[in-house]
Every structure is written in C-alpha cells, then in structure tokens.
Design a protein around this ligand. Structure first.
Ligand code: MLT
Length: 317
C-alpha cells in the first residue's frame, strides 16, 4: 500500500508512465492500469511507449523490453525496476555467435524475435514478436526468401510448419515454455475433458499439437474470450492469468502442467526474471534512477537496431 501510494506520487512528479508486460505479477499490472499506463505484450508495449507523451518510461518486464523502448524513443529516460531481469532467449543468443551464424548464410534474410539484445537486433533484417511473426514470415516466404530465425527453436519450428517457409533455426528456448509437458497435459485433459487448451508457440511441438488455440499472449487472451469452453487449460507464463481472468471472469482457468508435474499440479510456470519486477523495485527506480535502473543503448547500435524494429512496426501499422 505504502509503495503504491509513493509510486503514484513519483509517476506524477517525474512525468513518468508505467508500462507492464502480461507476465509481471498481478499487483504490477493492476498498478499500470490504475495509473494510465499499459499492460500488454512486447509489441504493444513498444508502441505505447513510443506514442505516450511522458518524459520517462518505466518498463516492468525483462531487459530487452527496456532496450526496445530506448531504441524507439532515445529522447526519453527509460527506467526498469531491475536491470538484472534477463531473458533465457536473449542469454542463449550471444551477438558474436549469432553474427557468425548469419555470416555463414549471406543469402538468408535474418529474422529475430524481439527477445534479443540490441546487438542481435542490429544484425537482423527484421524483428518480430510472437503476435506478428507468422504474418511477417508469410510475407517473406511469398518473396521466396530463405530465412534465418532466432533464437526460439520451438516458435521457429511452429512458424516453419505453418508457413512452409525455408528456415534455418537458432537453437534457443524460453525456460518457462520449454517445460510444458505433453504427457502431463494428456493426463490433465482426462481430468477436464471439456476444457479447451490454449498454448503459446514457444512451447514444445508436442504441446502445441494438443492446442485448441495457439498464439501470443494477446492472441491467447482473445481466444479465451472467443472459445465457447467454460474451462481453459493455459500453457504460458501464469502472469497472464490476471488479464485473462479479467476478460473472462465467468470461466475457470487452469495452469497447464510442466514436466514431471502430476496431472493436478499447479505448475511453476512463471519467469523468474519477470518476478523480479516488484513494487519496491519500481519505487526505487523512480526515486533513484541511475546506474541500477536506467537503460542505455550505444548510439551506433541503436541506429542499426532501429531499422528492423521499424520494419516490424510499419508492417504492423
Ligand atoms: C511478447 O511478445 O511479449 C512475448 O513473446 C510474449 C507474447 O506476447 O506472446
């Protein structure tokens, strides 16, 4: 309570707005909503930050989201509750190794997921988020361009299968989604035979195969509203339950099980880095800014990374 009141005051004082990802904890999402900020996926977060008049953005999410905001709006101060909030996809795709991979296939168009460092984005022709990846790859495939895809291998394999595009995949994965288990989900399905299964495509192919709806966070929230089922089994970070339940208060949401979990287990599917975005950390960031909280992106890198990011935003517009 104390933190919430102080954060509200600081947001006003510092002309700041809170932008939160669906995977952050419910109290953070609620605060973003209450204070005129936004709760969204990474594409919408980027757009919102870009268009909002506030001088300071406070980005509750993981580091690449803060970097993306800074690349798009260098004139703004971009703060994060903690700069230690990493992403396993980003960590699993070091820029030097990825550059070598790309250089070995110079005829390929390089498409990278938003969940990457500014340096990896700078090497790419296109940046995509999960909500727009299929459409962009379809577009590139219609021009017969072979594609290098990085870093999420599950999402890459899903897109390859859906589009039939010629894709070379980097072998990265999200620690949260990679843990969902088809076997355990099969057992759960027996317990809830009338439930629909909603799956994020960063999950293994065996799990995606069982889905009634596959999509990004925003697409899964829509699917929850459109599907007639009263029970929904959801395979993505459980942070999404806050927004999803808000949209379908009459439905029962069940967490999909992770590997090794029993059929009735409530999985531990929550990103440990997203969980670092606490209220106290937000208050600290607004109060102190500086080395612990402010995002900086090298100017030369920024200029290069902006090109594929803008391609995505223009394509989405
Ligand atoms: C994002 O784009 O924010 C993440 O990939 C999660 C999602 O929205 O699917």
């Amino acid at each position: 309570k104390q933190h919430v009141a102080r954060i509200k005051q600081l947001l006003k004082e510092k002309d700041a707005v809170l932008v939160a990802h669906y995977y952050t904890d419910p109290e953070i999402q609620a605060l973003a909503e209450e204070t005129g900020g936004c709760v969204a996926d990474s594409l919408e977060m980027a757009r919102f930050g870009n268009q909002h008049p506030a001088k300071t953005l406070i980005v509750a999410g993981v580091r690449f989201m803060g970097e993306t905001a800074k690349i798009l709006t260098p004139e703004k101060t971009v703060l994060m509750p903690t700069l230690d909030a990493e992403c396993s996809l980003d960590l699993g795709c070091p820029a030097d190794e990825f550059t070598k991979f790309c250089d070995a296939h110079p005829d390929h168009t390089v498409v990278v997921y938003a969940n990457t460092s500014a340096a990896v984005k700078a090497r790419a022709d296109w940046v995509v988020t999960s909500s727009i990846a299929l459409e962009i790859v379809e577009h590139l495939d219609s021009q017969d361009k072979p594609i290098i895809w990085g870093p999420d291998r599950h999402l890459g394999a899903y897109i390859e299968k859906e589009t039939g595009a010629d894709m070379l995949l980097w072998q990265g994965e999200c620690v949260v989604h990679d843990e969902f288990s088809a076997q355990a989900l099969e057992k759960m399905k027996h317990l809830y035979p009338d439930a629909a299964i909603l799956v994020h495509p960063e999950s293994p192919a065996s799990v995606v195969k069982m889905a009634d709806a596959v999509g990004s966070t925003s697409q899964l929230i829509k699917a929850a509203q459109t599907l007639p089922n009263k029970k929904l089994i959801v395979a993505t970070d459980k942070g999404i339950f806050y927004k999803m339940q808000q949209m379908v208060p009459e439905k029962e949401l069940v967490e999909a099980p992770t590997a090794g979990a029993g059929a009735t287990c409530r999985s531990c599917a929550h990103c440990p880095w997203m969980a670092m975005n606490g209220l106290k950390a937000i208050e600290n960031a607004l109060e102190n800014g500086g080395k612990q909280h402010e995002i900086h992106v090298d100017a030369a890198l920024r200029e290069k990374a902006l090109i594929p990011l803008n391609r995505m935003l223009n394509f989405a517009a």
